[in-house]
Design a binder for this molecule. Structure first.
Ligand SMILES: Nc1ncnc2c1ncn2[C@@H]1O[C@H](COP(=O)(O)OP(=O)(O)O)[C@@H](O)[C@H]1O
Ligand SMILES: [Mg+2]
Length: 263
């Protein structure tokens, strides 16, 4: 595959967006060290789209997700959330918008030594400062809402368990329960299925899909096979550029081989 000729099919999503996009990257470049982690990337994700983000290690997937969540700023280009350019916003407005997006990072960001209920209750906090966040975290009670989301991820018994005692799959589901409580409009997740067996991985992807109130999700995947099921659109990154953008039904083994081919 030539990095200069991306395989892009308009029916993959962006060309059909009629309402205001949830996420938009315009000519975004992110420089890390001596090279470009993302290089002139354009991407539009509309409400309800479920995007699987594929690509070899180092392609820029985590960097792209960090941009969409507002955790990272681009060196050039613009990041828009719900139609507003983050760089042009006052701090407070920017926080209001980023709080409408739920993000699951690769390390899950769980506090290890507290009980599960505290980690789940943190979903309500949105993006407030660390001090208030910790205070609220430690005083959280096991209310009905916390019990309900833990039941939805099939962990009702874990309410008072210490987070550090849970297995990898259980911890992943605690992080999803926290997202459910956030009631985010859109959800971003960075390789949420990478350490899970195929059945648990499928369950977690389905839960993530249900955790975004508009259904809008962008999820990076280690295993491309999952992209064919849960998602409406597949975006492939290679060396910081969009190398393919297709509906899952058009993703062939040859395209995947090209995407993951060694340099
Ligand atoms: N903090 C950083 N410092 C230096 N290089 C980085 C940093 N973060 C990412 N990179 C580099 O940017 C590129 C893209 O990284 P990343 O977005 O993590 O890729 P992916 O998630 O697809 O594996 C990689 O080459 C990586 O080494
Ligand atoms: Mg990554």
């Amino acid at each position: 595959m030539s990095g200069l000729r991306p395989v892009v099919d308009g029916t993959g999503g962006s060309a059909l967006c009629r309402s205001a996009p949830v996420f938009e990257l315009r000519g975004v470049t992110v420089v890390r060290g001596t090279h470009r982690a993302l290089d002139e990337v354009d991407l539009v994700v509309g409400p309800g789209e479920r995007v699987a983000l594929l690509g070899p290690s180092g392609a820029g997937k985590s960097t792209l997700l960090a941009l969409l969540s507002g955790a990272t700023d681009p060196d050039t280009g613009a990041v828009l959330l719900f139609g507003e350019d983050l760089a042009r916003l006052a701090h407070r407005r920017r926080r209001e918008l980023t709080a409408r997006v739920g993000a699951l990072t690769q390390d899950l960001d769980l506090v290890e030594h507290v009980r599960v209920l505290h980690n789940v209750a943190a979903g309500r906090l949105g993006r407030i400062g660390l001090g208030p966040a910790l205070l609220r975290l430690l005083t959280a009670r096991a209310d009905d809402e916390v019990r309900e989301v833990l039941a939805r991820v099939d962990l009702p018994w874990a309410l008072h368990a210490r987070t550090q005692h849970l297995s990898g799959g259980e911890r992943q589901r605690v992080a999803v329960a926290r997202l459910l409580l956030q009631r985010a409009e859109a959800v971003l997740a960075d390789e949420p299925a990478s350490s899970l067996d195929p059945t648990t991985a499928r369950d977690v992807l389905e839960l993530l899909r249900g955790s975004a109130t508009t259904g809008t999700t962008v999820v990076s995947l280690h295993q491309p096979s999952a992209a064919r099921h849960t998602f409406t659109r597949v975006v492939g990154l290679r060396r910081g550029r969009v190398a393919l953008d297709l509906p899952p039904g058009r993703l062939t083994d040859d395209l995947l081989d090209d995407l993951y081919a060694r340099a």
